[in-house]
Design a protein around this ligand. Sequence first.
Ligand code: ADP
Length: 279
Amino acid sequence: MNETPRKNLSKELLESYRVKPGQPVQLGTVDPTATGPFERKKRARAELELLRDELVELQECFYAWDKRSLLIVLQAMDTGGKDGAIEHVMKGTNPQGVEVTSFKVPTAEELSHDYLWRVHKATPARRMIGIFNRSHYEDVLVVRVHSLVPEEVWSQRYEQIREFEELLAANGTVILKFYLHISKDEQARRLQARLDDPNKRWKFAKGDLKERALWDDYMAAYADALNRTSTEDAPWYVVPANHKWYRNLVIMSILVDTLKSLNPTYPDPEEGLDDVVIE
Ligand code: ADP
C-alpha cells in the first residue's frame, strides 16, 4: 500500500506565523489564503486525522497531570471562524477538560468593574484548557474603534494586558493567542453565504455591516494589539484563515507542539496495586 507521506507543518512555518516581540507584523503583508505545503484540503486530511489523535491523547494526559492550565485566546473579524475553529479543533477531546467562554458586550455589572474582572474570573483552572471566544482584547479593539472610552484609557491597556498575562503565565497558565486572518473579500463571501442559507441566517446581524465598513480601523487596531502584546510567554499567531481546513491545521499543530513541549505525564499510581484482587 502506498502511504501518503506526512507533510506536517514545519516548526519554521509555524514560527513564521508568530508575532515576535520587536518585529512588528504588518497584516497587509500576511496572505490570508496561504495553505502552507498543501494545495488542497484533500491532501491535508491524513495530517488532520493524525493531529487529532495526538491532541486527544495529549489533552487526556494534560488533564490527569493536573500541573498547568492552558488558555487559548481567539480573536477575528466577524465571520473569521472563531466558532468553527473551536468546533473542529477540539472535536474528540474530553469536554470535561475544556471550557469555552464567549465574551459579549459587557453587562452593567461587568461595566461597573475594571475590564479585566470578568476575564480573570474566566481563566482556566489547573488541568483545564480554557478557550476565549473574543476576550480582553475587545477592550483595545471594538472599544478603540468606537471610542467607547477615551484614548488615554485604552492606550494604557496594552501594558496592563501584558502584565495581566505575565501574572497568569508566572502562575502556571500557558497562553496561546490566535488571530484568525481573513481577507475583506472572504468576509463578503461568508456574509453572503449566511444570507443565502436559511440555516445560517440566524448568524447574520445587520450590525456586522457597520463593523465591516470600519475594516481599516479594525486592521489598525488589530496590528497594534498584536504588536504590543505578543510576548514570549503569551505569543500571538496570525493564522491564515480564508481556508478553514488550513486554519484548523495550523491551530492544531501549534496546540499539539505546545502540549508536547510541556511533557505531561500520568500521575504515579498508588503503591502495591499488583497485589490487588477485585472480588
Ligand atoms: P460573536 O460575533 O462573537 O459570535 P456576538 O454576535 O454576540 O458574538 O457579538 C459579541 C459582540 O460583543 C461583538 O460585537 C463584540 O465586539 C462585543 N464585545 C465583546 N466584548 C466587548 C467589550 N469589552 N466592549 C464592547 N463590546 C464588546
